[in-house]
Ligand binder design. Structure first.
Ligand SMILES: CC(C)(COP(=O)(O)OP(=O)(O)OC[C@H]1O[C@@H](n2cnc3c(N)ncnc32)[C@H](O)[C@@H]1OP(=O)(O)O)[C@@H](O)C(=O)NCCC(=O)NCCS
Length: 166
């Protein structure tokens, strides 16, 4: 029997990880488009794909330097990541950790990889003095809602107000 977590190591994201994360993002987006975003990744235009991606040069460059973005590797490749940043949210928590994205390769789901990434982020957050981890989750993303509940998050319904400046 395979031990689910036997070969998974979690480490901080590094500058050489971009190509591997971009390939992982392709697999995750193909899955997510079908599972809860409601479109077909392979027939979508390249502009639509780029809009939806979690891994772009700008996003990668930013999260490389937040100190709290991590990847999970098995013996062969990067199979998951969490992109996060410290956030001062004075009316809620003096210091929180904001999760931009957490994703795992579809062929590696349900092996505890997202949970392992969150354990590392949790420990980092505690040692940095943060009092909460915050994440935004698509309402139709059943797997993510279940995983966040499983890890220990409380789920709230909320509305987001956006005043566009462009
Ligand atoms: C959501 C996601 C990150 C979960 O990653 P994962 O590594 O499979 O999660 P884990 O194995 O740590 O799951 C832990 C627990 O969460 C729950 N869970 C995870 N996926 C689930 C699913 N599809 N259905 C029901 N429960 C689920 C289970 O309780 C699971 O424990 P179990 O397998 O022992 O029953 C993964 O499905 C994914 O990458 N999805 C596409 C990208 C995405 O939606 N990211 C989240 C953005 S907010």
């Amino acid at each position: 029997m395979v031990t689910p977590m036997a070969h998974i190591a979690v480490r901080r994201i590094q500058s050489g990880d971009y190509e591997a994360l971009r390939m992982l993002d392709d697999a995750v987006m193909r899955y997510s488009a079908r599972a809860f975003l409601g479109f077909d990744w392979d027939s979508a235009s390249s502009e639509r794909r780029e809009e939806q991606r979690a891994i772009t040069p700008d996003i990668f460059a930013f999260y490389l330097h937040t100190a709290c973005s991590f990847v999970a590797e098995d013996d062969e490749m990067i199979v998951g990541y969490v992109l996060a940043q410290p956030l001062r949210h004075f009316d809620l928590e003096p210091l929180a950790v904001w999760v931009e994205d957490i994703s795992v390769h579809p062929s590696h789901h349900r092996r505890g990889i997202a949970s392992a990434l969150y354990r590392t982020l949790h420990d980092w957050g505690q040692s940095a003095g943060a009092t909460a981890i915050l994440a935004g989750i698509h309402v139709d993303n059943a797997a993510s809602l279940a995983m966040h509940r499983h890890v220990g998050f409380d789920l709230y319904e909320s509305r987001t107000a956006v005043w566009r400046l462009d």
